[in-house]
Design a protein around this ligand. Structure first.
Ligand SMILES: Nc1ncnc2c1ncn2[C@@H]1O[C@H](COP(=O)(O)OP(=O)(O)O)[C@@H](O)[C@H]1O
Ligand SMILES: [Mg+2]
Length: 395
């Protein structure tokens, strides 16, 4: 139970991180928007000043205006502006255009630029007082925001993308190292177990030979029974040592492998549990490692039995799939798996049983995906039972 609690906490932590990053993102975009608004207002004021400066240079002819034209008109060096005067002539600043454009072409480009600019900002009219003291319109200044402002607008998105990329990479790196660590634990524990079982098994084998010499024990069939148990212990040892090393796959008859497991389990199960084999007449060969593959089947069958209680039916379907695949389905008529936990059943340590370890399916997935390069799926519709489906490569 503690292990599944850990997964719950982990899921909660993921939500906290996700919500925090959403808040940071929104905050960063919001704050940049405030800056953008302020900068926009400042640029608008600058263009207004620019228009006023033009007005002054039109209405006065004093040399003092040199200051206005030099300091204000010339120093507008970041905001792209186009001034259309009363005669319709266009005068532009801070717009990157090639030098050698023909006048008509230049005009066409500037006109389309003006249309673009008008979408964002209203032009600022240039009005000046003529010699009679009447207010006269002398065109207007069109403008758009500066490159600086464009950069500032893009900045939060660039920043968020960078953070997201960084986040994804660290997440993958973390997951990878977590997986690598898990691999070492699986492999190490399996090797250690196989190794520790080795010695007592060989000594048990020697002891049965001694017992075999006793006619009394021989008559009672005790050495034979012991032999069976030793064989099972050897199978277990082989499973663990195979998990600890990358085992070679061989073409094996799948139907026969399944039958072997069923025949081994049947006498150990309630008579009210039925097995149905839905398999083709001819044998199907698949590339598998028999001791590990049998372990997977045993785990699936045990889970099926657990879910059905005292009676029910387990159906095994074996067929050839597309693209050199062999499909194997194990269905039961048990209580099914609620949709909410369907995604979790393969996690190491996930169990809903009082005495469960939650390792059966984790191991099954590991054997099928890592050692057989196959796939395993689960499907369950409410109380209609559960189906596990395995895909491995045909031989
Ligand atoms: N055939 C099935 N029917 C219903 N639930 C299942 C079945 N197979 C697996 N489960 C669910 O998946 C969980 C994990 O299974 P498993 O990894 O074998 O661990 P354990 O059997 O020790 O609980 C089980 O506790 C059970 O809730
Ligand atoms: Mg199990």
């Amino acid at each position: 139970m503690q292990v599944s609690e850990f997964y719950k906490d982990n899921a909660k932590l993921k939500w906290v991180v996700l919500i925090a990053s959403v808040i940071i993102s929104i905050g960063s975009i919001y704050y940049t928007n405030i800056l953008v608004e302020q900068l926009k207002e400042r640029e608008r004021a600058q263009v207004r000043l620019f228009a006023r400066a033009i007005e002054y240079t039109l209405s006065e002819s004093d040399d003092a205006l040199l200051f206005v034209s030099e300091e204000i008109i010339a120093k507008n060096n970041s905001i792209p502006t186009i001034w259309r005067n009363a005669e319709g002539q266009l005068n532009y600043r801070n717009i990157d255009l090639p030098e050698d454009l023909s006048p008509t072409r230049l005009n066409r480009i500037l006109e389309s630029k003006i249309l673009e600019m008008e979408k964002d900002y209203d032009p600022i009219p240039v009005n000046y007082r003529n010699s009679n003291g009447e207010l006269e319109n002398y065109g207007a200044v069109y403008y758009e925001h500066s490159f600086l402002l464009t950069q500032l607008l893009a900045y939060p998105y660039i920043q968020l993308t960078a953070i997201a990329v960084f986040g994804i990479i660290s997440f993958l790196a973390f997951n990878y190292s977590k997986e690598a660590e898990q691999n070492r634990v699986w492999v190490g524990l399996a090797k250690e177990t196989a190794h520790q079982l080795g010695t007592p098994i060989s000594s048990l084998m020697a002891w049965t030979e001694v017992l075999r010499d006793d006619p009394e024990l021989q008559r009672k069939g005790i050495p034979e029974e012991l032999d069976k148990d030793i064989r099972k212990l050897k199978v277990v040892t082989e499973r663990f040592s195979s998990i600890g090393s990358a085992p070679a796959l061989k073409p094996e008859p799948v139907v026969q492998t399944v039958n072997n497991v069923v025949n081994y389990l049947r006498p150990r199960l309630s008579a009210k549990i039925r097995f149905i084999m839905d398999v083709p007449d001819d044998e199907i060969m698949a590339n598998i490692h028999t001791p590990l593959f049998e372990w997977v089947l045993e785990n699936l069958f045990k889970n099926a039995v657990d879910s059905m209680g005292s009676s029910g039916t387990i159906t095994v379907r074996i067929s050839r799939g597309v693209a050199d695949k062999v499909l194997l389905e194990v269905s039961d008529t048990g209580k099914g798996i609620p949709a909410a936990i369907l995604k979790k059943v393969f996690r190491p340590g996930f169990t809903t049983k009082k005495r469960g370890w939650g390792l059966g399916l984790a191991l099954a997935r590991r054997i099928i995906e890592n050692y057989h390069e196959g796939r395993i799926f689960v499907r369950s519709t409410g109380d209609q039972g559960t189906t596990f489906r395995i895909e491995v490569k045909a031989a």
